[in-house]
Design a protein around this ligand. Structure first.
Ligand code: SF4
Length: 65
């Protein structure tokens, strides 16, 4: 079973920390002013773990895919 990275967009404050860390995985959505996942699977896992660890609202997480 694989896993995919997910953002709880309700909790996301749009701080862009994850976007700066892993721009290949996260993108800032100007309309919603939140981060969105543009690469759910296959992104640099170490980078995503850093983004998870540094997200101020703990709203990035893994889901089984
Ligand atoms: S680090 Fe967390 S709060 Fe900041 S933009 Fe990314 S998902 Fe949203």
């Amino acid at each position: 079973m694989g896993k995919r990275v997910v953002i709880d967009t309700i909790a996301c404050t749009g701080c862009e920390s994850c976007v700066e860390l892993c721009p290949e995985v996260f993108e800032f959505d100007k309309d919603s002013e939140k981060a969105v996942v543009i690469l759910e699977e296959g992104g640099d896992e170490a980078c995503i773990e850093r983004a998870i660890a540094t997200c101020p609202t703990d709203c990035i997480y893994w889901e089984n895919s």
